[in-house]
Design a protein around this ligand. Structure first.
Ligand code: ADP
Length: 477
């Protein structure tokens, strides 16, 4: 696998890219767009001011208020306002009415004023925006290097108003100089910031990961002992928890595997010893060649076959190689037929197997597999019954499903073991003597089968009082 670069460099690269991006954005806005944005805002101002004056003229505002409005707009918006009004053939000029503090529009040559007005007349919307870099002849202030004159004409039937608004754009050169210097400082600060932040993030994020990685190397041995220092953020904490759990699982699986080998070897050896022992005995002592002794050999061979089949079955199921062969069948009939197999336990060992079954219940499932589940539950009930040899096999119908339960009154299962019994190879008590074969894989097979059927299943148990194993299947109407 290609080696990735370290988190430190990765963080550093992203942060640096971010810093460069921020500087670039600032550069574009401050240096590149400053002038055009400034000019646009000035243009907007002259238009707004001219609107205000035009409206006032249109509304025939009285002379004093108009003067106030003009004055206020000149001062507040740094503009110069001049207007003309023609009423019934008589033209008035704001020049004659107000003292205009000598602003540019009152000092421009009449030809220039007229040119702007003529341009406005010529345009479709009767406005004209004149922007010029040239000195308009009468410098009002040296700092302005660009002039904006907005001329707007409003014509009614008998009345014409012309409003001119001027504003100057002062040079932004000096401001730019300062900004450039600022950008340089900001750049330097940003680079330091990036380095600092990278180191900080590295310490906070990457260091715990490195430590966790180091500790996780002992995971294959089922060991993981997290350093509490690494729990600096939730993800690291969760990773630690996951690894602790994984280590526990590995340990458990390891132990289970060892247990299985021990169990299976033991369970293989017992019948094999019996088979070879009986075989040898029958050769040595011809009078022992009885049907009963031959039956023992046959029974023990069957036990071996069953065990090997179980192991093969489980491994196939765990590799998802089992396909269910589903069909409709009567579950009650199937249970009744299976129970006949256990008659021998009733008359030989004194078991009482009580049947609590309704008439007929049709389900859609894999008949052979469900048979396996029921046999497993009954065999376990017999195996773990101890002295109280009473077993109840019942079917309960609720709504659209049937719940099958097998209850015994034997040794029961302790609370701490109850979740583990469905695990492969798990046995609560490794030393008990069984009435029938088993290697701790029966319930693992049951679980796989019921999971494949998407069936609900479970166990209720109390140590010393007994257990009830159950599963439920949908009823086929
Ligand atoms: P085993 O071959 O050991 O019976 P199973 O997978 O069938 O394997 O069962 C796993 C374990 O669950 C058993 O070893 C036993 O400890 C416990 N167990 C299963 N059924 C019962 C039961 N009816 N009563 C008490 N314990 C049970």
């Amino acid at each position: 696998m290609k080696k990735q670069i370290s988190l430190k460099w990765k963080i550093g690269r992203y942060l640096l890219a971010f810093g460069v991006f921020i500087i670039a954005v600032m550069f574009i806005f401050q240096i590149g767009l400053l002038e055009p944005m400034y000019e646009q805002s000035k243009i907007n101002t002259v238009k707004l001011v001219s609107d205000a004056i035009v409206n006032a003229l249109d509304d025939d505002m009285d002379e004093d208020d108009l003067e106030d409005l003009v004055f206020e707009n000149q001062v507040k918006n740094d503009t110069c306002i001049r207007y003309f009004r023609t009423e019934e053939g008589h033209t008035s000029d704001s020049y004659d009415m107000h003292y205009m503090n000598g602003c540019l529009l009152y000092r421009m040559r009449p030809e220039e004023i007229n040119e702007n007005i003529a341009n406005a007349y010529a345009s479709q919307d009767k406005t004209y925006l004149g922007i010029s870099d040239e000195d308009l002849g009468i410098p009002i202030s040296e700092k302005n290097f660009r002039n904006i004159i907005y001329t707007r004409i409003l014509q009614d039937d008998d009345e014409t108003s012309i409003v001119m608004v001027y504003t100057g754009i002062s040079s932004v050169g000096a401001a730019l100089q300062t900004l450039r210097k600022q950008m340089l400082y900001i750049g330097i600060i940003l680079i330091f910031g990036v380095i600092l932040l990278t180191l900080l993030l590295y310490k906070q994020i990457a260091k715990p990961l490195l430590s966790i990685n180091e500790k996780a190397k002992s995971l294959p041995e089922g060991k993981y002992d997290p350093d509490p220092q690494t729990n600096r953020y939730r993800e690291a904490q969760e990773l630690n928890e996951t690894l602790v759990k994984a280590a526990g699982d590995i340990q458990k699986a390891d132990k289970a595997k060892r247990d299985l080998i021990a169990n299976v070897s033991h369970d293989l050896r017992t019948p094999l010893t019996m088979i070879s022992g009986y075989g040898e005995m029958m050769i040595d002592l011809p009078e022992e060649k009885t049907d009963e002794n031959i039956q023992v050999i046959i029974d023990e061979s069957k036990r071996l076959t069953n065990l090997v089949n179980d192991l093969l079955d489980l491994s196939k199921m765990q590799e998802n190689k089992i396909v269910l062969n589903e069909e409709d069948f009567d579950l009650t009939e199937l249970i009744r037929n299976q129970l006949r197999k256990y008659d021998v336990y009733q008359y030989r060992d004194g078991f009482v197997i009580e049947e609590n079954l309704p008439e007929a219940v049709t389900v859609h499932a894999d008949r052979k597999r469900i048979e396996q589940v029921i046999n497993n539950f009954i065999t376990n009930a017999i195996n773990y019954s101890l002295d109280d040899k009473h077993i109840i096999v019942a079917e309960n119908i609720r709504d659209d499903s049937v719940k099958v339960s097998i209850q015994d009154f034997g040794q029961g299962i302790a609370k701490e073991n109850i979740n583990d019994i469905w695990d492969r190879y798990y046995k609560v008590d490794k030393t008990h003597v069984r009435a029938s074969s088993g290697s701790g894989i029966g319930l693992a097979i049951v679980k796989e089968i019921l999971d494949l059927h998407h069936a609900k299943y479970g166990v209720e148990s109390q140590p010393g009082k007994g257990s009830t194993f159950w599963f439920s299947l949908p009823i086929k109407k």
